[in-house]
Design a protein around this ligand. Structure first.
Ligand code: URA
Length: 293
């Protein structure tokens, strides 16, 4: 699954959003591979006018203080898509927009609205507390998720869990310390190919209903396909980061997909800046993380 390369906008570092970090958050950031850095008081004015770090320097020492930074010319990776699946097979039932959680989950489990139902082992509905006030939207299940029926269970999922913990949330947390995780597509595209527009369009009512039921205070959209599905735009992530967007009245923060961050660890600092913007937007949760387990 490819990620849009970041754009090459040249902006000065902005450290105003760097929150106070406790020991646990620092440990989590270390797990994410993000080096915490904050300017000395007397250096902040100078820093605003200093040239932006080079990519090589950033690779050696990514920092949390950079919200947007110039990048080298992006390399566009083009992935060939197989021919479209036959659509639709069995249309979505009426009334998805009225369903409760249980009915929606059962409906997704038996969905045959696109060709992905032929190759899936399991549908992947979502995970987390249905009272959580953050929602994470990813792209589509991969091989492990397809096998286990749960989103983000592979290496990218571990990074996502670390990212969430760094901001006091987890998929097992409840309410203001939880995060409900869902994907745009509920079925795995064969060989992890990119989702097709028709598949996204077919599956979107399920995600829309999940958002309506959850009524999150914030959506974290991870990766190009989540962003495109929610915001209906083809703009690259690099252009959309750093702003608060809206999906049906819910604030949306755009960030990179964890799988992309595993391949491009130098961009973890940007992802941390995005998490900080999310925290700024809805406020940090009170107290330590509480979990159901
Ligand atoms: N990538 C996603 O976008 N979602 C998953 O569930 C797993 C990997």
């Amino acid at each position: 699954m490819n990620e849009n390369p970041p754009d090459s906008r040249d902006e000065s570092p902005d450290t105003s959003f760097v929150p106070r970090l406790d020991v646990r958050q620092r440990a989590m950031l270390a797990e994410m591979g993000v080096r915490v850095w904050a300017p000395r008081e007397d250096a902040s004015a100078r820093q605003a006018t200093e040239p932006v770090q080079t990519d090589r320097a950033a690779a050696a020492a990514p920092t949390v203080a950079v919200r947007q930074r110039a990048d080298a010319s992006p390399q566009v990776v083009v992935q060939a898509s197989p021919p479209p699946a036959d659509l639709p097979q069995v249309p979505l039932p009426d009334g998805v927009d009225q369903m409760d959680w249980a009915t929606l989950q059962v409906t997704v489990a038996s969905c045959r609205a696109c060709g992905l139902c032929e190759s899936r082992q399991n549908t992947v509905f979502g995970a987390g507390d249905t009272q959580a006030d953050w929602m994470v939207v990813g792209e589509a299940p991969g091989e492990n998720e397809d096998r286990q029926g749960e989103p983000f269970v592979g290496a990218a999922g571990q990074l996502l869990d670390n990212m969430l913990r760094a901001v006091g949330r987890s998929r097992s947390g409840v309410g203001t310390q939880g995060a409900y995780i869902a994907n745009v597509l509920k079925c795995r595209p064969p060989a992890n190919r990119n989702p097709l527009p028709a598949e996204v369009a077919q599956c979107e009512p399920y995600l829309a209903r999940q958002v309506a039921l959850l009524q999150p205070r914030l959506i974290l959209a991870m990766g190009r396909f989540a962003v495109q599905a929610l915001l209906k735009t083809n703009e690259p992530i690099g252009k959309l980061r750093g702003q608060v967007h809206q999906y049906r009245g819910v604030p949306v923060i755009v960030t990179y997909h964890p799988a992309y961050l595993l391949r491009t660890p130098t961009d973890k600092a940007k992802a941390w800046a995005d998490l900080c913007l999310a925290l700024e937007t809805v406020g940090a949760p009170p107290g330590p993380v509480s979990t159901k387990d």
